[in-house]
Design a binder for this molecule. Sequence first.
Ligand SMILES: [Ca+2]
Ligand SMILES: [Ca+2]
Ligand SMILES: [Ca+2]
Ligand SMILES: [Ca+2]
Length: 301
Amino acid sequence: MRKGILGCVFALLITSSASAQHLTDMWVGQTEDGQLALGGVSLDLPIVLAPVDGVITGWSGANPGFDNVQPGSETLKPLAEGSLIWVDLVSISPGLAMIDNDQQLHTHDGSVYCGDEHLHVHYTWLIDSTSSEFDSMQTLWSVELRLRDESGQQATSKTYRVMFQNEECTLPGDIDNDGEVTDMDLDVIYSIIIDPASVTHYERCAADLNLDGFATMADEQILLNELDLEETPVRGDANGDTVLDMSDAVSLLTHLFLGGYEPATRVHANANGDSLVDMADAIYVMNYRFLGGSPPPAPFK
Ligand SMILES: [Ca+2]
Ligand SMILES: [Ca+2]
Ligand SMILES: [Ca+2]
Ligand SMILES: [Ca+2]
């Protein structure tokens, strides 16, 4: 039922987009060695899809399309005459769909005919918010694909990964969106990893440094590397000896009121994990150590 309705909608969508050459289209050609390859666009950054609501609901777009190599390519040669190019979908993220020119919905691995040596197609990519596999905590979806020549003239391409987002994150790692990646961002990544539903989509997205769609401790490790830190800090451990005790409260008070002492990162100073480094953090450490108060929030061991 849904597929029939989709057919009408996408006949329109595809007709209107098929004639245009888009900046993000991928060129399909062959290398000097006769292997199929993609060119014309960098696949390092996710493609941001636009919101749609109605027959299909979620985020969609007809980019990238697949075009024959355009004049001026220095790295790829045009396809051999008689080529019959298929796109093999090697894997596709749950919740992501590709809709081909026959209005077929592809949500799992499979193959789609792309065209001959003059190919020019725009499939529709859809982050399907109505899919049972859609995860609202996810911030990036991807498809792995390769090109195959049914005529046998060119070798199968390597596998490419094309990434899609439903909201742009300009700088992965810049979780507080102040334009730079600092230990302020490290201070907040732990709460995102523990409870992604408690933060905004942008924060989840910015915390996904390895671009797998979710904020996890693997992203924390990348952030540590970017900040030249060797290991996960202990929250509230102001003097950096990995033990939380009275000396941390003293170090923190020295930092706050006397100057001349700087905790290694904001995580070391911000014992209670709120948005400030202040007197309350020193009190929090003393409460925990001497009065049976709560331990600091993560990272704490
Ligand atoms: Ca930042
Ligand atoms: Ca991640
Ligand atoms: Ca300490
Ligand atoms: Ca604090």
